[in-house]
Design a protein around this ligand. Structure first.
Ligand SMILES: O=P(O)(O)OC[C@H]1O[C@](O)(COP(=O)(O)O)[C@@H](O)[C@@H]1O
Ligand SMILES: [Mg+2]
Ligand SMILES: [Mg+2]
Length: 322
């Protein structure tokens, strides 16, 4: 089976980017080990603090963030990082050529139930003009990403990666510590009969999502003339992984409860990397009013509505916003 290095080279990734990705994945392997030790390593449960988004931090949020931050900032490849768990941009090496954004632990409420969690990341070039502590360099649309992916800490530890030449899935071989290419060039089926949305928020959705989901729920007796199934992992990383593996549509739409908050998921380190992976696998990723990767961020923790997955299903949903 092909190793990660040779696939990255095959896809034309420059050497420094390959070295950066390997460094980042060394951090993820360390997180994978801590996660697998669970209660034995004392890593479960909450801390007494909140992050910048006002969410209670889990111990694993803090530990994963620290592992990634330490390894990336010492690597020499990274000029600055932005993280869900850091209020501001973290300056790293003044001569680093890359910017890395990450959600160190996605789905952290799943840690208590030994369910799916993961690390989501995106990588862009650091502009020459930027000072290492300048957040404005992170305010580039997702189309500027040079690589993106996630590491899923599940029954096996898996990596989904793209450098813009297709999306590949790798499995961590824990006997020798390498990521092996197990699912090259994944393609999301254009049609699906599986959807994913937190229906407890239904009363807060806008009309387009209300009408779309009610048609899916009507099943074979409704206008779609087929039955749909529903899945919700409560971790975007797990839901998008399922979409990459067998298709589906995943939505975290705008919620009328807080008009200042355009959705729950964060653009830089959740929506954009997943959009890049899904588009490279033949799917679509939309906010409802446009392509996620075209959104120009105004701040590093910006949120966006997310409608992502099988092409024809995303098109059907998004058509209602016009
Ligand atoms: O089930 P809920 O509460 O609607 O939220 C689930 C969503 O929240 C998130 O867990 C947010 O991620 P974090 O755990 O990184 O804060 C998404 O991954 C997921 O899709
Ligand atoms: Mg998250
Ligand atoms: Mg998180």
């Amino acid at each position: 089976m092909k190793r990660l290095n040779s696939q990255l080279q095959h896809d034309g990734a420059p050497l420094e980017l390959v070295l950066l990705i390997r460094t980042l994945l060394a951090a993820c392997k360390e997180i994978s080990f801590r996660v697998s030790q669970g209660a034995l390593a004392g890593v479960l449960g909450s801390t007494l603090s909140e992050n910048v988004q006002g969410e209670t931090q889990k111990k694993l949020d803090v530990i994963s963030n620290q592992i990634l931050k330490d390894i990336l900032s010492e690597s020499g490849y990274v000029k600055a990082i932005s993280s869900e768990e850091e209020e501001s941009v973290v300056p790293c090496s003044p001569n680093g050529n890359y910017l890395v954004s990450f959600d160190p632990l996605d789905g952290s409420s799943n840690t208590e139930i030994n369910s799916l969690i993961g690390t989501i990341f995106s990588i862009a070039h650091a502009p020459q003009w930027m000072e290492a502590d300048d957040p404005s360099a992170f305010l580039q649309p997702g189309t500027q990403m040079v690589a993106a992916g996630y590491v899923l800490y599940g029954p096996s530890t898996m990596l989904a990666m793209t450098t813009g030449r297709g999306t590949h899935l790798y499995t961590l071989d824990k006997t020798h510590g390498g990521f092996l290419l197990t699912h090259p060039n994944v393609k999301i089926p254009v049609q699906t009969s599986e959807f994913s949305i937190n229906t407890s928020n239904q009363r807060h959705w806008q009309e387009p999502i209300q009408s779309y989901v009610s048609e899916l729920l009507a099943g074979s007796e409704g206008p779609r003339e087929k039955d749909y199934n529903m899945r919700w992992v409560a971790a975007m990383v797990g839901d998008v992984h399922r979409v990459l593996c067998r298709g589906g549509i995943f939505m975290y739409p705008f919620d009328k409860r807080n008009p200042q908050m355009p959705g729950k998921l964060r653009l830089l380190y959740e929506a954009n990397p997943m959009a890049f992976l899904v588009e490279q696998a033949g799917g679509l990723a939309s906010t409802g009013s446009g392509r996620i990767m075209d959104v120009m961020p105004e701040e590093i923790h910006q949120r966006v509505p997310v409608i992502i997955g099988s092409k024809e299903e995303v098109e059907n949903c998004v058509a209602r916003f016009k």
